[in-house]
Design a binder for this molecule. Sequence first.
Ligand code: NZQ
Ligand code: ZN
Length: 387
Amino acid sequence: MQNFVFHNSTKIIFGKDQEQVVGQESVAYGKKLLLHYGGGSIKSSGLYDRVVSSLKEQGVEIFELGGVKPNPRVSLVRDGVALCKENDIDFILAVGGGSVIDSAKAIAAGCKYDGDVWDFYTGKAAVTDSLPLGVVLTIPAAGSESSAGTVITNEEGSYKRATGHISLRPRFAILNPVLSYTLPSYQTACGVTDMISHILERYFTNEKNVELTDRLSEATLRTIINNAHTVLEDPTNYDARAEIMWAGTIAHNDLLDTGRIGDWGSHDVEHEISGIYDIAHGAGLAIVFPAWMKYVYKHDINRFVQFANRVWDVEIDLNNLEKTALEGIKRTEQFFSSIGMPIRLEEVNINEEHFDEMAKKGTERGPLGNFVKLQEKDVRQIFNLAK
Ligand code: NZQ
Ligand code: ZN
């Protein structure tokens, strides 16, 4: 096990009706607040009104910026930075999912920087400080509610890039599973796929002797798998929604990382796809992850056998470990398909046209992943397996 420091400072406020404390939690950071949200789901669900009234009760002055799109755009982030700087905003409240939270984080970092916020995503500048932010989560998926990362798309050149800094970890995140009742099934399934992928990125490591984090990961994976069909068939099942929501945070709050180095190649490959084609991140992962697994499993067949056995209950065939490993990959793919996710690029109408370009762009800053280092030609092969 590697040395590590684990410091996740996000205060999690979990359970029914908990959005009612948002005013109290926010006012601790100042009286001028930017309320950031997406395309309107928070208005139709009534959440917007509840959040605004809680903020007003505390005498908070609210500035608003809605309209964040899935795969959030840097152009809106720039508008947000300008709005915050003009009005001396103290605090940013993101009400929504990963896209809104990531956009809020980008604005928070941009407020403490004189240059263009996109510099953080190209590596030209590093985030060193940001405005404090808080979250009311409406979709369990990206784990951004307690992560230090943000992923933004630049419409010019269709680049989707990530950056991170400890100051970007939300100060608090309100997780009310009831808020996820209104999710369309497709978004629920995308979220489930994303959180599973966050665990798998960490699970496939070259680090030996990481039994605790292996087993925590397996337990979290099994919990998500056990509850996924329930929330799809019975969207207002509180207990199942609660398991999924908490698992989404645990999957990406860095606990499962401790003592090991994760892979993250599949995420980088997926970002190339959603950067160009604007598909949902979870859907892209359902296509990329099984293809990546098929490409790399021989690198450490025992780890794939362990995964097949402990997560999918595949019986280990000691005479044919490859068969066991491949069965685990097949079950993963079948599961994604069973929850309504695409598992091949052709299902989302993506053909070979941009394969070369995506493989080149994806690796222009170096090889991707850690479990196996993926060069441009490897990424190209993964696209072939995902066709
Ligand atoms: O915009 P609205 O109207 O709110 O609709 C959203 C959006 O269309 C809708 N939605 C959210 N909550 C809802 C709801 N609809 C009905 N009822 C609700 N309760 O769902 C759609 C998708 O929302 P989005 O925020 O895009 O989803 P998600 O949370 O999956 O976020 C995806 C983004 O997160 C990034 C992804 O790359 C992608 O851009 N990620 C961020 C990470 C991080 N910062 O740590 C890590 C992840 O790996 C990921 O890359
Ligand atoms: Zn993800």
